[in-house]
Design a protein around this ligand. Structure first.
Ligand code: F6R
Length: 606
């Protein structure tokens, strides 16, 4: 999604803005731009495509000034062209914007009648002209901002600089996050704290409806009614170093390899060395919760789907799960005393946030598993259990997923203990199995070269099927999602038992079928499905354990024996080979692994 950085400094801001934009690249974008005040006048540079093109442009035509704003744009209204790139500029103001202005058409019509000339197809340009209109009427930048914000419908974060005001940078937030950074005399705005990590670790987060005037060394924050308010300054633990690629070729590969460590960190924050769960206190009693409703999007939804199996099997709890964008408009009846559990890496996904608002309106308690503790979802929740994955930069989610699974299994075990559906011994055994996952994952990662070889073959396919049963069914969906996201090969994930009800028609010698089939209670069922694929000339790729490979491996064209684990923790183990397969297949295809086309890291629009 779009990214914002704003700097009110003492130094030349252009290089700092470009550096900040590079840190926002991971969010996904298709054009970029910066603007600064040079001798009181607004100067702007924009470029279609990658930031390097903007850097080159700024090299040819340098931008001077000590106050400025920058933006990476992920197109919503209008094509990803230079004209549509932000900042949008008039003689008096330059604006960058994340989100959508829903009433921009009527505002634009109104402003065009007043002779404002528009040069882009975007909704954002309306904000620049609206501010200009108020400034033309004699308002100060602060008055113009306050008036303009009252006219805008939609969800957005905005940053603006004003001609003739070199000591002023204004930001506003409604529905899309915006952080204020406090430096040594310098002040910053960022759509997330990562963009500001090299500049400062002192951050405050604007609340819904807030707007802020930044002056040298000072932030004046107003709420939605223009009342002056204070927002707490947090010291973040993010550092510039945490968001480098290290010795890895891509962030995604680095993050895949970080999984043993971050699963271990997450587990240590939730379970004591003698296997007692130490979760935050829940504002409800698991024993009395009549129904759990899980919501999420994409990979986070698949983590939730695994959790459904865990909560049902271990805690005998009725669970409903839905994709957040469906749930929020489905008007589903929610049970009194019910709990809604959101799963999210960013904590800013508009659909999941929308679903939580609906659940809250219906009196549900909100429990959130999230990787960004200051995020909008975290702030909306009654209780938050953080994943300690650290910043996830690769657009395709990897370590966020496995740390989500870690937290979700701890929650399910804790609910099961409270509901007396799991013995203390079995609970301890599950936690012990979870504790051993990082070591098992290291073994899988050590054998990545096998998957690298397999990727050469998968890279030739046009379609790939992923099949799994029970706890491995959501992993089949996640494997297929990873492959299509970064290699652009069409892939589908199905419950293995469903294959004969339709997808079997696709099978021929050109369609690889990836089976995720540990030797568990459902193994014989999966073995029959493998026979069915094999009988039709399909190419079987089998991820199992040594018993599974000994049992049916002969029918597979390729197989890999993963360590044997307690079946309940198998989703954590099988996540990694499917991530590696997607990664190495993407390398074969030569795609942009960390920033795949059309995708954004944190999807803050509907
Ligand atoms: C897939 C992926 C997306 C996200 C989804 C939810 O690799 O990254 O499917 O999982 O957009 O994002 P969060 O978890 O930030 O709510």
């Amino acid at each position: 999604m779009c990214g914002i950085v704003g700097i009110l400094g003492e130094r030349q801001v252009a290089p700092l803005l470009l550096e900040g934009l590079k840190r926002l690249e991971y969010r996904g974008y298709d054009s970029a731009g910066i603007a600064a005040l040079a001798n009181g006048h607004i100067e702007c540079r924009r470029a279609e495509g990658k930031i390097d093109r903007l850097v080159a442009k700024c090299g040819q035509l340098p931008l001077t000034g000590t106050v400025g704003i920058g933006h990476t744009r992920w197109a919503t209204h209008g094509k990803p062209t230079e004209d549509n790139a932000h900042p949008h500029v008039t003689e008096r103001v330059a604006v960058v914007h994340n989100g959508i202005i829903e009433n921009y058409r009527s505002l634009r019509e109104e402003l065009e009648k007043k002779q404002h000339r528009f040069t882009s197809e975007t909704d954002t340009e309306t904000i620049a002209h609206l501010l200009t209109d108020y400034l033309d009427q004699g308002m100060t930048p602060q008055q113009a901002t306050s008036a303009a914000l009252k006219r805008l419908d939609g969800a957005f974060a905005i940053a603006a600089i004003f001609a003739g005001h070199k000591n002023l940078l204004i930001g506003a937030r409604r529905g899309s996050p915006l952080a204020v950074g406090y430096g040594d005399g310098e002040m910053y705005l960022g759509s997330d704290a990562l963009a500001l990590a090299p500049l400062t670790n002192r951050i405050s987060y604007l609340e819904e409806g807030d707007w802020v005037e930044l002056h040298p060394g000072q932030a004046v924050i107003h709420d939605c009614c223009d009342k002056l308010v204070e927002r707490k300054i947090h010291i973040t633990s993010l550092s510039g170093a945490m968001i480098g690629k290290g010795q890895y070729r891509h962030f995604m590969l680095k993050e895949i390899f970080e999984q043993p460590a971050v699963i271990g960190d997450t587990l240590s924050s939730l379970v004591t060395p003698d296997n007692r769960i130490a979760l935050p206190e829940m504002p409800f009693d698991w024993a009395k919760v009549p129904r759990l409703t899980i919501v999420g999007c994409g990979t986070a939804y698949y983590a939730g789907l695994v959790a459904k199996y865990w909560f049902e099997q271990l805690a005998r709890m009725p669970v409903e799960i839905d994709i957040a964008s469906e749930f929020r408009y489905r008007n589903a009846p929610l049970t009194e005393g019910g709990v809604t559990l959101a799963v999210s890496q960013s904590g800013e996904t508009a659909d999941t946030l929308g679903a939580l608002h609906v659940a809250k309106e219906h009196g549900q308690k909100i429990l959130t598993v999230v990787n960004v503790p200051q995020s909008s979802m975290a702030r909306l929740s009654d209780v938050v259990v953080p994943t300690l994955a650290g910043p996830e930069i690769g657009v395709a989610s990897t370590k966020a997923f496995t740390t989500q699974l870690t937290v979700l299994l701890c929650l399910a075990v804790s609910a099961a203990v409270a509901r007396k559906t799991l013995s203390a011994e079995r609970a301890a055994a599950i936690l012990q199995a979870l504790r051993e996952i990082p070591a098992h994952l290291n073994l899988v990662l050590r054998d990545e070269h096998f998957i690298q070889e397999l990727a050469q073959r998968v890279g030739e396919a046009r379609d790939v099927l992923y099949l799994g049963r029970g706890l491995l069914y959501p992993l089949a969906m996640e494997g297929a999602l990873k492959l299509k996201e970064i290699s652009y090969i069409h892939a589908e994930g199905y419950p293995a038992g469903e294959m004969k009800h339709g997808p079997i028609a696709l099978i021929d010698e050109d369609v690889p079928v990836v089976f995720l089939a540990p030797h568990d209670a459902l193994f014989e069922k999966s073995a029959s499905n493998i026979q069915e694929v094999s009988a039709r000339g399909g190419k079987v790729i089998l991820f199992s354990d040594k018993d599974g490979v000994a049992g049916i491996g002969g029918k597979a064209d390729w197989n890999m024996a993963l360590p044997k684990v307690d079946p309940v923790v198998s989703p954590l183990l099988y996540a990694v080979p499917v991530q590696l397969l997607a990664y190495y297949t993407a390398l074969v295809k030569g795609t942009d692994v960390d920033q795949p086309r059309n995708l954004a890291k944190s999807v803050t629009v509907e």
